[in-house]
Design a protein around this ligand. Structure first.
Ligand code: NI
Length: 177
């Protein structure tokens, strides 16, 4: 339907908490999800949250395909997750490199829960309940942070672990989310 502009860090709309979706049958929600999907695909992203296109609703999407660029990452099926609730499954934290379509050209090392359960609803309002770990868990935490007004640089423990993608990882075409 439409590829939307992605807001960049510095825009105050990225710092606002998003509201829960109340009407799962609305045309506006269906159009939002199509626009988010088209925008994520056009930018080759791994995920996108509604606030990143200026819509303050609790809607995120993500998808990670098996790729030679991500030899260690399991693939994550395309998921629409609405009104998410995250529950860590242990105290274990893992550091990993993240990028974000709202922080283009940068990469930072971010601690995340290694395993978590996520609950919420899909685009049709049907419940989702998954327990995941590693990269899948990281992508979900990154996207759900967007719904709380948190961008990944705010979680970097040591800002020496923050820099330009083409300097940190020369020659690699990494996905953002
Ligand atoms: Ni992001």
């Amino acid at each position: 339907m439409a590829i939307r502009d992605v807001l960049k860090m510095g825009d105050p709309r990225l710092l606002e908490p998003a509201r829960p979706v109340e009407d799962f049958a609305s045309l506006e929600l269906a159009q939002l999800i199509v626009d988010m999907h088209d925008t994520m695909r056009a930018l080759n992203g791994a995920g996108l949250a509604a606030p990143q296109i200026g819509v303050g609703l609790q809607v995120v999407i993500f998808e990670v395909s098996a790729s030679p660029r991500y030899p260690d990452a399991e693939s994550v099926p395309f998921t629409v997750l609405i009104n998410p609730l995250l529950t860590p499954l242990s105290d274990a934290m893992e550091e990993g490199w993240e990028g974000c379509l709202s922080v283009p050209g940068m990469r930072g090392l971010v601690p995340r829960h290694a395993a978590l359960r996520y609950q919420g609803f899909d685009a049709a309002g049907q419940p989702i309940d998954r327990s995941v770990s590693d990269f899948h868990a990281r992508v979900v935490q990154h996207e759900v942070d967007h719904l709380r007004g948190i961008l990944y640089p705010m979680r970097i423990r040591d800002l020496r672990d923050f820099g330009f993608t083409d300097t940190l990882f020369p020659g690699q075409n990494l996905q953002d989310d």
